[in-house]
Design a protein around this ligand. Structure first.
Ligand code: HEM
Length: 141
């Protein structure tokens, strides 16, 4: 179980590095006016999303479900902190999907948001990370 947990955490870290960096790229992309810069950001966003963010999310999920398999259904039912964590994880997958939609919008030159919007959008995974880590480590309920 410890090996599975180690790899779960490794892929959580790579997933979050992309969840923090991709919206940062959106911030700079949204304030870019030159064509060369625009095309460069498109490539960076596509590679980050497809090459790192999505594979990391899938591997985090695989190792997370593997960790779940060490518990019986009765044990899982009696861990409210885990239910709260999995709810936040679900929201994180929704955020991931929204990021994918934004990558497509930028790729089609159809972005409608300002760099200020992306600065705020960038804070969402920070809150998710704080919430999830406190839930799994402190297990407050
Ligand atoms: C993708 C769906 C996920 C599933 C199904 C899942 C499931 C699990 C399970 C069952 C454990 C073992 C809990 C224990 O025995 O204490 C665990 C541990 C852990 N998870 Fe996840 N997890 C998921 C996503 C995440 C995410 C997104 C994060 C970080 C933001 C995260 C962070 C952690 C950490 C840090 C631990 C180690 C806790 C400890 O042992 O102290 N997990 N996960």
């Amino acid at each position: 179980m410890l090996w599975v947990k180690a790899f779960h955490i490794i892929f959580v870290i790579t997933w979050f590095s992309a969840l923090f960096y991709l919206p940062r790229l959106f911030v700079y992309h949204a304030s870019t006016n030159d064509a060369a810069g625009n095309e460069r950001f498109k490539v960076m966003e596509r590679k980050l999303y497809r090459g790192i963010m999505t594979p990391s999310a899938i591997l985090t999920l695989i190792f997370g479900v593997w960790l779940l398999s060490y518990y019986s259904l009765e044990q899982i039912a009696s861990m409210p902190w885990l239910h709260a964590k999995l709810t936040l994880v679900l929201l994180l997958f929704a955020y991931h999907g929204v990021c994918g939609g934004m990558v497509r919008k930028f790729a089609n030159d159809a972005n409608q948001h300002s760099h200020v919007f992306y600065r705020w959008f960038n804070e969402v995974p920070v809150l998710m990370l704080i919430g999830i880590v406190i839930l799994v480590v402190v297990k407050p309920f």
